[in-house]
Write a protein that binds this ligand. Sequence first.
Ligand code: ARG
Length: 482
Amino acid sequence: MKKIWEGRIAKKTDSKVEKFTSSINIDISLYLYDIMGTIAHVMGLSKIGIVEKVELESILKGLKEIKEEIEQRAIETSGYEDIHSLVETELEKKVGNVAGKIHTGRSRNDQIVLDEKLYIKDATIDILKKILFLEKSIIGVAEKYFDTIIPAFTHLQKAQPVIWSHYLLSYFEKFKRDILRFFECFENCDYLPLGSAACTGSSYNIDRNFLKEILKFKDVSSNSMDDVGSRDFIIDFIYSCSITMLHLSQFCEDLIIYSTQEFSLVDIDESFCTGSSIMPQKKNPDVLELIRGKASVVIGNLTQLLVLVKALPSTYNRDLQEDKKILFSAYNETSESIEIFSDLLLNLKLNQMAIDEDLADGFLEATDMADYLVKKGESFRKAHHVVGSVVRYCIENNLRIKDLALEKLKEFSPRFEKDIYSCIDPKACVDSKKVDCGTNREMVRTRIESGKKLLGDFEMRLEKIKKRVISFEELISNIPVT
Ligand code: ARG
């Protein structure tokens, strides 16, 4: 295959080197962005008289055809070095020498950054849509089982009663921060790099503001050397993916544990489980386990990219070609995981009988009992000691606290009165946590309502940024008819 740089390098490239340096199998995924960037650039060149009107028309027609041919798999891509040389060479086949003009004042170094920025803007919107759906699902399930009380665990040991919705909303909060992080990602990559060329900037008076407008960037970038060598906009994106995957992974881990026969708090729908090839009784939570596994892949992607760029000298270095597979992996794994997890959550059932049994054991009411004594005038430390002794007594005699008669309780502290029994009921324990971050049912109800309102605000913000991405059709429709 003819090389776009063969003027300088006369010798035929070693076939192993050709295969080794080629990135077409990976960056073919960027074809749409590469063609859109090229369309915009050529329009810019026409504006400053480098490409004539008739040339512009035939180039644009050729580029549209190349897009369709790639989509119909009508182009043999394997011999090309990368997506940029594919587009230029295929265009040359269609329009002849005039194709040689499309690279005026542009380098593959700024071109690839443009492609990646357009890709990330779209990817961010897709992920935001999916996390917003997940958040809605969390709220929906929180409302469905609003009153159900489950044990809260610390150190994976039974701690205190909590309502299921409060537990779920703990994840709503995590994903809320993730949403904000992705909105920030969108802003961080919204600067047009075209005009930077190889590293010092283009020597043609390219109208960057015009390009910014037609490609719908927020602004133009400020330094060509920074542009071609920086990938922190991708790091931000993969970091955001990593945190979301980390949150999903923790959620999955909870549900894997809660769905075991030993805990039996939740039931994962069979359509999200698989069986064992040998043990007929098994129902395995594979989807949850896979998301937990994919979290490691994405966190690994973040490390890969950080290490890739950490010691690079300024501006473009070929190492950067490796960033695409890292980016695509992080995006695909994250997007797919959020989507399937939401579906699983919507189909999750609570195992009420097992939950009730579970609440009765484990002395979940002990902290409330100590708080009761404090309200009767005891110091917390003394109250803690008294209740600890009550619990020890119950364990030794195989009893529950509510089974102890008042006279027995008074042996531990004379401050116990009849009203202790209503205070240690799980509902009372839950409702006593009236702080605005607590599990009191009214507080949680308020949180659900404010959560819904916040989601409405996020939806509006998402609609706004959707208008800040350019589609192929829109770009084409903006081309003045001559
Ligand atoms: N495909 C390359 C990349 O992904 C584009 C830049 C190539 N530039 C160069 N000077 N070889 O980074």
